[in-house]
Design a protein around this ligand. Structure first.
Ligand code: UTP
Length: 274
């Protein structure tokens, strides 16, 4: 059973400056809902109700968002706008939220290691809220939990990307598991390779199921690409033991960490809402 979901949300979000100077990137809205709320909803749909969030300086708005605002509630009680708080109220009722701070931004791997104190020794999900995923029938995290239940090892979500984009992603090399066309046993993985060095065009996106030994590996993982502690490097250690599955998820993904992806998501959700 996967009971906890970790949200690394300490990054600076420099691609969205100046908007992210005093506002966390994860609080930028697609229509009226902040990115991180979509992520929490996806986790809840997958049966997870314990949310563990790694924050940093200037990220207090995330904590306030997943809390009651008594003044506001009092103001709009009984009015026509009260229903606009229904979804977030339901989340607050159904989930627990806990927080820890990453003191220095030393990379995604380091942010995940910082979350150990909230996760403990159990397998857990990871959602990067700036990768916004949508699938009508079954959420991406729910699909991944099914894969985890079958293979009982770490699972990364992957997507086919154009080869000239490999420098933005962790890229895997793997072998299709017998009888499937969407599930790979990972043999190699490289963080942000040049297209000429990329082992494939299968890129890791912001959804993971990780087994807790990842924390021990991360403790011994030196800084890699960009001087940051990379989760890809730690996962490669698991992959060498045959313990990482890459799963080509069903659904759409928007890279809301980039302005283009953010606008694309906004347009898509707006059309869908009409
Ligand atoms: P990104 O690579 O998108 O970095 O991090 P960023 O800082 O958020 O954004 P840019 O590139 O400066 O615009 C991927 C995910 O990892 C988290 C981020 O919050 C984001 O969800 N992260 C990254 C951390 O929590 N801590 C870090 O030290 C680095």
């Amino acid at each position: 059973m996967i009971k906890k979901c970790l949200f690394p949300a300490a990054g600076y979000g420099t691609r969205f400056l100046p908007a992210t100077k005093a506002t966390p990137k994860e609080m930028l809205p697609i229509l009226t809902k902040p990115l991180i709320q979509y992520g929490v909803e996806e986790a809840l749909l997958a049966g997870i109700s314990t949310m563990a969030i790694v924050t940093g300086r200037g990220k207090r708005a995330i904590e306030d968002h997943f809390d009651i605002s008594y003044e506001l509630e009092h103001q709009i009680k009984g009015g026509s706008k009260e229903c606009l708080l229904d979804e977030i109220r339901a989340l607050i009722e159904q989930c627990t939220f806990s927080y820890t701070r990453q003191i220095e931004m030393k990379g995604l791997g380091h942010a995940i290691l910082t979350g150990e104190t909230l996760i403990g020794r159990e397998p857990f999900a990871v959602v990067l809220a700036d990768d916004l995923c949508h699938n009508e029938e079954m959420g991406v995290l729910e699909q991944m939990i099914e894969v985890y239940e079958k293979y009982q090892c770490s699972v990364v979500a992957i997507e086919e990307i154009p080869l000239d984009q490999t420098h933005k992603y962790g890229v895997i090399a793997g072998k299709l598991v017998d009888g499937t066309d969407d599930t790979y046993r990972v043999k190699d993985m490289v963080e942000k390779p040049d297209p000429k060095d990329a082992p494939s065009n299968l890129a890791i996106i912001g959804r993971y199921i990780l087994t807790p030994d990842i924390f021990d590996i991360l403790k011994n993982t030196p800084a890699g690409k960009g001087g940051e502690i990379q989760i890809t490097d730690a996962l490669l250690e698991q992959a060498k033991q045959g313990n990482v599955i890459a799963y080509k998820f069903k659904g759409k993904r928007f890279d809301c960490g980039s302005v283009d992806g953010f606008v694309e998501a906004t347009n898509w959700f707006y059309r869908k809402s009409k």
